[in-house]
Design a protein around this ligand. Structure first.
Ligand code: FES
Length: 577
């Protein structure tokens, strides 16, 4: 599948820095020698940039220094010159208000690191949620030969002999603690046992989902996304990726040859089959936008209706990513999708998707289901529309109580997160199990950055009555490890005057997931009056990155990219003088 013509050294980008005989190239060579290298290290060789999002503030990436060294080993084996370039890490557990606010900043940094330096090919090291789309978006814009090495999931958690899943079991046991079913000592033991190794959340949260997305898109070596972070296979994956990227440079196998419309359809189909994170909808739209591919929300819904849900992984299923790996991993699941995938799509190893999954087998058919034993006949996500979300909203039917798929209830409205936090457990709050909890001003601009607030907590008094799920609506996101009848990503957002801003206490809201409908049962004339009276909240930022973010961020249905970064316009090469 790869092109047969190989590039010459003179055609490499890096030859412009190293191969000339002028004053500037003297500087490039002498400064490389300053680091202890000589011409035998870099001369006539592709320069491979390893973009590493290791950080002490990103526990999921604790092993990425080691992986960078292993990638370097592979690059050297194949005759390349590896250089490591640290990039901003987006540690989901620590960054506030949301890593989503910084996804586009890391994407810009990735693009500029690759553009401004003498890089011929890129190896991207990331995994914690937003690092994956950010690295891919920047690299896709730069369009060099690129391989992604996903950080890999951490080991299963453990408490009293029971497996614990990242996020999912935090939400579950937090509710049990608030309901008085477990005590503080239990809660502390869970804290000790839920994160046992380096690696990303080991549920099918955003990290595992996005790793699966980059694999099915063709940006990783086959099987990469399922390998646990601390398995020795993961080290071998890193070295193999280092070897392969050197060949990709000579073959001139660029990201644009891999990131095709058919590859994105494959990714959306896979997202539905794994019951993946709602966040992936935003990221795939943004990633596709960087290569000029329009990926509307309706495409997600269309493919969801025809794709069986096969991955029995929390939060929508029972098992964890370690089980998924032992059961055959993503390749085994993809093989089950058969004709639903375009298996002609090209991967970084130069082979087709079909070739890469041809021998994959399921070793545990409860973890990875076949279409005949699917968990649901349809995919894990659905796109809703209606007068409350004219530009769309997303829900995860695979991870909510069935009784709420069709629901009608009165709104309990919180104007922002602080209002919600202050009142949600107030015994005087007028709320029942049939109420619809509405959170405003939590979107791209309003959050800012769409924080993962969309899984609003169940009011304590209802928890004590045994209620564990309610319809909740917001323009926020929710963690991919979360579950519940949460309508997310409502667009346009309330902060800019979307209809969600017009909802008032006691309004009736109708949710119909099978019909894909989200309706505010208030007369159009009344809504027009409310809209006329609506006033925009004050700006969130006056300076720095926040001001840039507010001025250029797009809405959720368009992937939340910056307007000046979206699209496939070629990135100009720097002048060298
Ligand atoms: Fe890093 Fe979940 S916190 S992947």
């Amino acid at each position: 599948m790869t092109t047969s013509r190989r590039k010459s050294y003179a055609e490499l980008r890096s030859a412009r820095w190293y191969g000339a005989t002028d004053l500037r190239s003297f500087g490039h060579r002498s400064r490389t020698k300053q680091m202890g290298y000589d011409a035998a290290d870099y001369g006539g060789k592709p320069v491979i940039g390893i973009i590493n999002t290791w950080s002490d503030m990103n526990s999921c990436h604790a092993h990425l220094r080691d992986r960078a060294e292993e990638v370097k080993r592979g690059v050297l084996q194949a005759g390349g010159f590896p250089v490591e370039m640290p990039a901003m890490s987006l540690g989901e557990a620590f960054m506030k208000p949301s890593t989503m606010m910084y996804r586009n900043l890391l994407a810009m940094e990735t693009e500029e690191l690759l553009r401004a330096n003498p890089i011929d090919g890129a190896v991207l090291l990331g995994g914690c949620d937003k690092t994956v789309p950010a690295l891919v978006m920047g690299a896709a814009s730069m369009n060099l030969p690129t391989i992604f090495v996903p950080a890999g999931p951490m080991l299963r958690g453990n408490w009293h002999g029971q497996p614990l899943g990242s996020g999912s079991d935090v939400w579950k046991y937090w509710a049990e603690l608030r309901a008085g079913k477990i005590d503080e000592e239990d809660w502390r033991e869970i804290e000790d046992g839920i994160a046992r190794s380096a690696g990303t959340c080991m549920t099918m949260g955003t990290a595992s989902t996005m790793a699966a997305m980059v694999e099915v898109l063709g940006l990783t070596l086959p099987g990469a996304s399922s390998i646990p972070a601390v398995d020795s296979s993961h080290s071998r994956l890193a070295a193999a990726s280092g070897r392969r990227i050197v060949e990709m440079v000579w073959e001139d196998l660029k990201a644009s040859a891999i990131l095709t419309k058919a590859a994105f359809d494959n990714a959306v189909t896979t997202l539905m089959a794994i019951g993946g994170s709602t966040n992936a909808v935003i990221h795939l739209v943004a990633m596709a936008g960087r290569v000029g591919i329009d990926l509307p929300l309706d495409r997600f819904d269309a493919l969801s209706r025809t794709t069986p849900f096969l991955a029995n992984i929390r939060p929508s299923g029972k098992y964890l990513m370690e089980d998924f790996y032992y059961a055959g991993g993503l390749r085994a699941l993809l093989r089950q999708l058969g004709g639903k995938l375009d298996t002609r799509c090209l991967s970084v190893n130069g082979k087709s998707l079909g070739e890469n999954i041809a021998r994959a087998e399921i070793y545990n058919n409860d973890v990875i289901r076949t279409p005949d034993s699917a968990l649901r006949a349809e995919g894990g996500l659905a796109v809703l529309r209606g007068n409350l979300a004219p530009d769309g909203a997303v829900i995860k039917p695979a991870a909510m109580e069935e009784r709420l798929l069709r629901h009608r209830g009165k709104a309990v409205v919180f104007r922002d997160y602080n209002d919600m936090a202050a009142r949600i457990d107030d015994p005087a709050l007028e709320v029942t199990a049939d109420s619809v909890l509405v959170l405003q001003n939590a979107g791209p601009q309003g959050g800012p950055g769409m924080p993962e607030w969309g899984q609003l907590p169940i009011p304590k008094k209802l928890l004590k009555e045994g209620v564990r799920d309610m319809v909740r609506i917001s323009d926020a996101r929710m963690s991919g490890t979360s579950y519940g009848a949460c309508v997310l990503h409502v667009a346009p957002e309330s902060f800019i005057g979307g209809p969600l801003a017009l909802v008032r206490e006691g309004d009736v809201i109708e949710l119909d997931v099978p019909e894909r409908r989200l309706h505010l049962a208030v007369a159009a004339e009344e809504l027009a009056q409310r809209k006329a009276a609506w006033r925009a909240p004050p700006r969130k930022f006056e300076r720095s990155y926040g001001a840039l973010f507010s001025a250029h961020i797009g809405q959720a249905d368009r992937g939340c990219d910056f307007d000046f970064l979206a699209g496939a316009a070629p990135v100009p090469e720097p002048e060298i003088h």
